[in-house]
Design a protein around this ligand. Structure first.
Ligand code: GLN
Ligand code: ZN
Length: 766
C-alpha cells in the first residue's frame, strides 16, 4: 500500500493564533504557561486535522514558537555566551536569540536572520564559536512533542534538520573564524543521542531534512554526508528509520551522495519543482530504499493536478513497486496558508482552483489511494479535479488580449534611462539639493494599532471612504511633522494606507485575487498574506499617486514616492503556474511603469522601487538558469523605472546581506541610490562595491529594525566609520536597514534621533 505523508504543517493556526499569543507574551499580557498552553493546543489541533484527513505519516517537531532552525540552535546548545550569560528562562533565551532583548539590564541584539532557500520564510542563522561545544538539551523538544502527540493517540514522524544542513546553514559567530562543517564530528553525538531518545519514546520513523542537497555544495560539505549518515544510519534497532528529505530543487548534481545514504529508509525529493529528477534518483536508490515522491506543492496554492501527480507516482511505482513509494507534499506546507475554508469572499470560479494546507492534506490522501487501489476508488475526486483544471485553463480571467498586445510592443529602449548615471546625478543634485550623508528611511513608519483599527473599520464599511482618506491624510501629516522634528533629509509619507507592500498593489491591479485569512509566516510572529496572481496583470488606475501628492504638498523637504518592484510583487504573491514567471514580471513592470511616470508628473522627485525579493528569486544553483533569471528580472525592474527624466532620482531597496554573488545584477538595475540591509553583517561585505567600482549612491542600513532595541549614536557612528573604509563620503546615505512598520514609535524616534545625530557628525567631519 502506498502511504501518504506530509513534511510539515503551518504553525500559526487558522486565525494566526500563534502570532497573537507570542506577541501577547512579549508584551507581558500573558504568562509563559499561557503561551506554552496555546502552542500545545495548536499542535494538537494540527495533528488531528492530519489524522482525520487520513494522512499516514504526520509530522511533529515542525512546530516552532519562532523558527525551526532556532529550535535546533537551542536543541544542540549552540547558544552564544552573550545570550546564555543572563541565565534567562530557556524560552526567553530562545526569543532573545530570535529577536534581541533590551529589558531590565539585558541588552543583546538578535542573531542574524536570513531567507530560507528561495522562499519568503526567514530562519535564524546558527552562529558557531571557534571552540563550539554541542550538547543535546535535556528534555529535547522533538522527543517532548513526539510524546505529546502519542499521548493524544497520534504516532507522528518527528522532523529534524539534518546535521549537514544545520552546519552548512550556519556561520562563524562574530569574532570567530570556524568553518562550521569542520565541526561535524563534534555535532554527531548529539544527533545519535537524539535519535536514540526518539526511538526509546516510541518513534519508528524520523524525517531528517537535508535540503542543502539542492545547492551547489562545497567539496567539504558534500563529503560530510558519508560520515554523518554512516554514523546515524548504523544505529540499527536503537534508532528510528530515517527518511531524508530534500526540497526546493533537484539533487541530480549531488546524486553520488546517495551512495552514502544507502542505510536510510527513504529519500524524499521535490517532484513539483523538478519532476525530471525522478529517473536519476530512482536509479540511485539502494535495493530496499523507498522514494518519497513530493507531488503536492508545498509552495503554492494551486489545486494539484491529480492526473499529472498520479502519472509521476505511477512512474516511480513501475520501477520500485507499491511498497517502496510514498506520496508526499513537495516540502513542508509551512509556505501555504492554513485553510481555504476561511475565505468567505472568494469568487466561486477562482476558489475552485485553489488548495491551501488543509485541502492539500486531502490531496495527498486521494493520490495515495488512487495509486494503491486504482483510479476507480476515487473516481468522483478525479472527475471533479479534471473539471476544475479544465475550467482554469479556459477561463476568461486568465487571458487579457490588451495586456498581451502591450507586451508585444515593448522595445529595448524602454528599458534604459535617458542618460547615464553621472549625467543623471548631476541633474538630480541641481534639482533635489541634498546635503552630504543624506538621511532617509525606507518607507513605512509604525503601523500603529490605531491605523490598523481604522483600516479595519474602513474595510468593513463602518466609515466612509472620505473619512478614511481624511484619516490617512492626518497620519501623513503627523509623520511629516515628526520627520521635520527629526531633521531627516528625504521624507517618506509613511505608508499608513498600506496593509502590506505587495497586497496593497495586488488589490489595485487586475489579474490579482486577494484573500482575507490566507496568512503565511515570514519570520517569527510576522505573517504575510500574499495576493494571488490568477490572470494577466494590468493597472486600471493610479495606485499611490493621491497619497504621495498630498505628502509632497505639505512638506518642505523632498518626498520619496514608494512602490514595490515587479519582481517583489511577483515573488511575494502566489504566482500563476500556467505562465512563465518572466511574462508575469513584465506585466507587473508595465503597470508599475505607468505609476512611476504618474508620480513624477505629480511632483515626486525621488521614487523608490523596492526589490527586496529580487535576490530570493535567484535559482539556488549557479549556471544557465540563474543567468536567465537575472536577465528577465533586471529587465523587468528597468522597464518599470526607466520612463522618467534624468532629474528624477530612482532609489531601490534590498533587505538581505548576501549580495556578494549577486552584485552584477544589482549594479545592472542602474538605480541612482540603493539602500541595503547591512547592520547585522560585516561592513567588509561592502568591499565588493569598491572592487567593482559601483558608481551610484548607496545607503547600507546602519541599524537593525527587526528588533525593538535602540542603537546608540556611538554604535551608528562606528558602523558608518566602518562603511567609510569602503565607500566614499559623497556616495553614502544614512538610513535604517528596512521599513519601520513593525516597530513602535518610542524606539523609532529614539533610534532615528541617534541616526540623524551620527549623520550630522560625519557631515561636519567631511
Ligand atoms: N518600503 C517598504 C517599507 O518601508 C520596504 C519594506 C521591505 O523592504 N521589506 O515598509
Ligand atoms: Zn527592506
Amino acid at each position: 500500500m502506498v502511504q501518504s505523508s506530509v513534511l510539515g504543517f503551518p504553525r500559526m493556526g487558522k486565525l494566526r493564533d500563534l502570532k497573537k499569543a507570542t506577541e501577547a507574551y512579549w508584551g507581558g499580557k500573558i504568562s509563559r504557561d499561557d503561551l506554552l498552553a496555546e502552542g500545545k493546543r495548536l499542535r494538537l489541533e494540527h495533528w488531528n486535522l492530519q489524522k482525520n484527513a487520513g494522512v499516514d505519516a504526520i509530522p511533529s517537531n515542525d512546530f516552532a514558537f519562532y523558527d525551526q532552525v532556532l529550535d535546533h540552535i537551542q536543541l544542540f546548545g549552540v547558544i552564544p555566551e552573550r545570550y546564555s550569560k543572563y541565565n534567562l528562562d530557556p524560552l526567553d533565551t530562545y526569543f532573545a536569540m530570535g529577536r534581541g532583548l533590551q529589558k531590565e539590564g539585558v541588552d543583546v541584539p538578535a542573531l542574524e536572520m536570513v531567507k530560507w532557500f528561495d522562499s519568503n520564510y526567514h530562519y535564524v542563522k546558527p552562529a558557531l564559536a571557534d571552540n563550539q561545544v554541542f550538547k543535546l538539551a535535556s528534555d529535547p523538544k522533538p522527543v517532548r512533542e513526539f510524546l505529546e502527540a502519542k499521548a493524544a493517540g497520534i504516532v507522528t514522524r518527528p522532523v529534524v534538520l539534518g546535521p549537514v544542513s544545520f552546519l552548512v546553514l550556519a556561520k562563524a559567530d562574530r569574532g570567530a573564524s570556524v568553518n562550521p562543517i569542520t565541526k561535524l564530528a563534534d555535532l554527531l553525538p548529539a544527533y545519535v543521542e537524539l535519535l536514540k531518545q526518539l526511538k526509546a519514546a516510541g518513534a519508528e520513523d524520523v524525517q531528517i531534512d537535508e535540503p542543502v542537497l539542492v545547492f551547489d555544495l562545497s567539496a567539504e560539505a558534500k563529503a560530510a554526508f558519508k560520515p554523518a549518515y554512516e554514523q546515524l544510519g548504523s544505529l540499527g534497532a536503537s534508532a528510528p528509520r530515517l527518511t531524508l528529505a530534500t526540497y526546493f530543487g533537484d539533487i541530480v548534481h549531488n546524486i553520488e551522495v546517495l551512495s552514502s545514504l544507502q542505510s536510510l529508509h527513504a529519500i524524499h525529493v521535490d517532484l513539483v519543482r523538478n519532476p525530471e529528477q525522478l529517473d536519476t534518483v530512482v536509479a540511485a536508490l539502494g535495493p530496499k530504499q523507498t522514494l518519497s515522491a513530493g507531488v503536492v506543492d508545498g509552495r503554492n496554492i494551486w489545486k494539484t493536478n491529480f492526473k499529472n501527480a498520479i502519472e509521476k507516482v505511477e512512474a516511480a511505482i513501475q520501477k520500485l513497486g507499491k511498497d517502496r513509494v510514498i506520496v508526499a507534499t513537495s516540502s513542508s506546507l509551512l509556505h501555504v496558508p492554513h485553510t481555504l475554508d476561511s475565505e468567505k469572499g472568494l469568487d466561486a470560479e477562482v476558489r475552485d482552483w485553489f488548495s491551501f494546507a488543509v485541502q492539500k492534506l486531502a490531496e495527498v490522501v486521494v493520490i495515495a489511494k488512487a495509486v494503491t487501489e486504482g483510479p476507480a476508488a476515487v473516481s468522483a475526486e478525479l472527475e471533479a479535479n479534471a473539471k476544475s483544471m479544465q475550467s482554469r485553463a479556459t477561463s476568461k480571467r486568465t487571458n487579457d488580449p490588451a495586456v498581451k498586445a502591450r507586451q508585444a510592443a515593448v522595445t529595448a529602449e524602454m528599458h534604459n534611462r535617458i542618460s547615464a548615471f553621472p549625467t543623471r546625478i548631476a541633474a538630480q543634485t541641481e534639482h533635489i539639493k541634498l546635503p552630504l550623508f543624506p538621511t532617509t528611511t525606507i518607507g513605512s513608519f509604525p503601523q500603529t494599532q490605531n491605523i490598523r483599527r481604522v483600516r479595519n473599520q474602513f474595510t468593513k464599511g463602518e466609515i466612509t471612504p472620505e473619512e478614511y482618506e481624511k484619516f490617512i491624510e492626518n497620519e501623513i501629516k503627523d509623520v511629516v511633522k515628526i520627520q521635520e522634528e527629526l531633521d531627516l533629509d528625504v521624507f517618506v509619507h509613511g505608508e499608513p494606507e498600506r496593509n502590506d507592500m505587495v497586497q496593497y498593489f495586488g488589490e489595485r491591479l487586475t489579474g490579482y485575487v486577494f484573500t482575507t485569512h490566507a496568512w503565511v509566516q515570514s519570520y517569527g510572529s510576522r505573517c504575510v498574506r500574499p495576493p494571488i496572481i490568477v490572470g494577466d496583470v494590468s493597472r486600471p488606475a493610479p495606485m499611490t499617486v493621491k497619497e504621495s501628492k498630498y505628502a509632497v504638498s505639505i512638506s518642505q523637504k523632498p518626498m520619496k514616492g514608494m512602490l514595490t518592484g515587479p519582481i517583489t510583487c511577483l515573488r511575494w504573491s502566489f504566482p500563476r503556474d500556467d505562465v512563465h514567471q518572466s511574462v508575469q514580471a513584465q506585466q507587473l513592470a508595465l503597470a508599475l511603469r505607468d505609476e512611476v511616470v504618474d508620480l513624477e508628473a505629480a511632483g515626486v522627485k525621488v521614487i523608490q522601487v523596492d526589490e527586496p525579493a529580487l535576490r530570493e528569486g535567484l535559482p539556488l544553483r549557479t549556471g544557465a538558469e540563474r543567468e536567465k533569471y537575472i536577465k528577465w528580472a533586471v529587465e523587468a525592474f528597468k522597464l518599470s523605472t526607466a520612463g522618467v527624466a534624468d532629474t528624477t532620482q530612482i532609489h531601490s531597496h534590498f533587505c538581505y546581506s548576501e549580495f556578494q554573488d549577486f552584485f552584477h545584477a544589482i549594479a545592472a538595475l542602474d538605480t541612482d541610490v540603493l539602500s541595503i540591509e547591512n547592520s547585522k553583517s560585516d561592513a567588509k561585505l561592502l568591499k565588493v562595491f569598491v572592487d567593482e567600482k559601483f558608481a551610484a549612491q548607496i545607503g547600507p542600513g546602519v541599524y537593525d529594525i527587526h528588533s525593538p532595541r535602540i542603537p546608540s549614536e556611538q554604535e551608528i557612528k562606528d558602523r558608518v566609520e566602518e562603511m567609510l573604509a569602503h565607500l566614499s563620503p559623497d556616495q553614502l546615505w544614512i538610513n535604517p536597514d528596512c521599513g519601520l512598520k513593525t516597530r513602535a514609535w518610542p524606539e523609532t524616534k529614539a533610534a532615528l534621533t541617534n541616526m540623524v545625530q551620527a549623520a550630522k557628525y560625519f557631515r561636519q567631519k567631511y
